[in-house]
Design a protein around this ligand. Structure first.
Ligand code: TGC
Ligand code: FAD
Length: 392
């Protein structure tokens, strides 16, 4: 792969909206990605192997629990810092950002928000340092967009419960130490359970042959009469709103992350277009190529503004779930379109692993599907503005 020469576009001087601390945190994450992710990520994706060697680095830049309080090992940062870290990581690779999203927003967040003090003390510091890795099990083979139909269930058995069922498409599952699993009780109420590796009847087979997000490990969570102590149930919230609130946090991170992938594709295409000579001049001088680049930077700038404003609202506790859906949907869509246009600008070279664009393009096919598909987010906006539910 070519050396990482990334220069971040900032067409509207958006750095002026950031604090010195934001810029410091972002630049540290950017430097880490250049140094420790870019040189190894293409091979990891080609080999379809999550590069575990980067786990301590992810912890060191605050990517595991950026906004979790320091008393639990988190970085204690604000929401914009969290977004900027996700942006920089996904500039490197969406699969690496996935690992950080799951660990932070889907594992640490529910434990922090809904766990007991004992659960927080036991899991959060180890998750923040990367000593423990977590996964989040909501999706099932027959229930993806409609998680309320889930059939994974647990039964009361005295001081413990017995869990049966299966979760599919679970990021980090093959190596997770703990899984936050959403399952129904005997009254059909959804609860979060902390299922630990080593519990009898709990297995995590890996899903192979993915063409997307190859540097992230995806798998199943299978429960066959798994005996789980009641002390491993998250007591703070039950019902579908509990996992959906975690998704709000992860979708917020994706809205920022997708900008990183888009920026990397744009920057690569811009540089290439100035160097690639056809018909006696750089292809950057042809109007059709300029149209692509001009539209890319326009969409990136709009996405940056959307993410920044959402960050301010979220920090103030005012961001609605529907606003988060809009930003996730828009920013992933512009990223996937930019990746496609940028790929074309590199001609044949665009399909090779010499450049990051094709990898981003394939990764974004997962990003546009997980954490709520593109169409589901559109329907969330539709419901919000009309009051009419078009889901069923
Ligand atoms: P609905 O009746 O609308 O809502 C049920 C209850 O939940 C509340 N609620 C929310 N609460 C918090 N945050 C949100 N975003 C919420 N949305 C809804 C709602 O108020 C209600 O509460 P209550 O107290 O009245 O019970 O639910 P529904 O069954 O009609 O479904 C709504 C729908 C379709 C929007 C939702 O289920 C959905 O978002 N589906 C998409 C599923 C999804 O996003 N799955 C993601 C799995 S995790 C993942 O993909 C990780 S990828 C990780 C990575 O690698 O980065
Ligand atoms: P389906 O729900 O079957 O949807 C199929 C199609 O139907 C989609 O286009 C959808 O938009 C459309 N559709 C569905 N319902 C409607 C409707 N009412 N109106 C109109 N169109 C509709 N899940 C986890 O729990 N944890 C994870 O860590 C995780 N990681 C993932 C990693 C990867 C790489 C991938 C690909 C997925 C991951 N997921 C995870 C699962 C992901 O959240 C689901 O794939 C996603 O929610 C969609 O569910 P589904 O695949 O079952 O598609």
């Amino acid at each position: 792969m070519k050396p990482d020469l990334f220069e971040a576009p900032d067409y509207y001087n958006l750095d002026d909206l950031l604090t010195e601390e934001h810029i410091m945190i972002r630049d540290a994450a950017r430097a880490w990605v250049k140094r420790d992710v870019s040189p190894i990520i293409e091979k990891a994706a080609q080999d379809a192997k999550f590069p575990k060697s980067i786990i301590p680095g992810l912890a060191s830049i605050g990517a595991f629990g950026p906004y979790i309080p320091e008393e639990y090992g988190g970085a204690g940062l604000d929401q914009i810092s969290y977004g900027l870290i996700m942006q920089e990581i996904e500039r490197g690779d969406s699969g690496v950002r996935s690992t950080a999203s799951v660990q932070s927003s889907l594992v640490m967040y529910p434990i922090w928000k809904y766990g007991t003090e004992e659960q927080k003390q036991k899991f959060l510091p180890k998750l923040a340092s990367g000593e423990f890795m977590g996964s989040f099990g909501l999706t099932e083979p027959d229930h993806g967009s409609n998680p309320s139909g889930m059939v994974t269930r647990f039964k009361d058995a005295g001081d413990h419960v017995i869990l049966n069922g299966a979760k599919l498409w679970i990021s980090n599952s093959p190596f997770c130490d703990v899984a936050v699993v959403w399952a129904k009780d005997e009254n059909d109420r959804i609860h979060g359970l902390l299922v630990e590796r080593g519990m009898e009847g709990f297995t995590t087979p890996e899903t192979h042959n993915k063409w997307s997000l190859r540097a992230s490990a995806t798998g199943e969570l299978i429960f066959q009469d798994v005996k789980i102590p009641k002390s491993n149930i998250l007591p703070g919230r039950s019902g579908l709103g509990a996992p959906l609130s975690c998704l709000d946090s992860a979708r917020f991170g994706i809205a920022w992350g997708a900008i990183g992938a888009a920026m990397d594709c744009y920057d690569t295409a811009l540089r290439y277009s100035k160097e690639r000579i056809q018909f006696g001049k750089p292809i950057a001088g042809f109007q059709l190529q300029q149209k692509k680049l001009a539209e890319m930077i326009t969409e990136i700038t709009k996405a940056q503004l959307l993410a920044w404003r959402l960050g301010v609202l979220r920090e103030q506790g005012k961001a609605t779930s529907a606003q988060i859906s809009m930003a996730k949907r828009n920013n992933v869509e512009i990223a996937i379109n930019i990746a496609r246009e940028a790929r074309q600008m590199l001609g044949g070279m665009g399909i090779t692993g010499e450049y990051s664009i094709m990898r981003h393009s394939m990764n974004l096919e997962s990003v546009i599907t997980y954490e709520g598909t593109h169409d589901i987010h559109l329907l969330i906006t539709g419901l919000d503005i009309t009051g009419e539910n078009a889901f069923s």
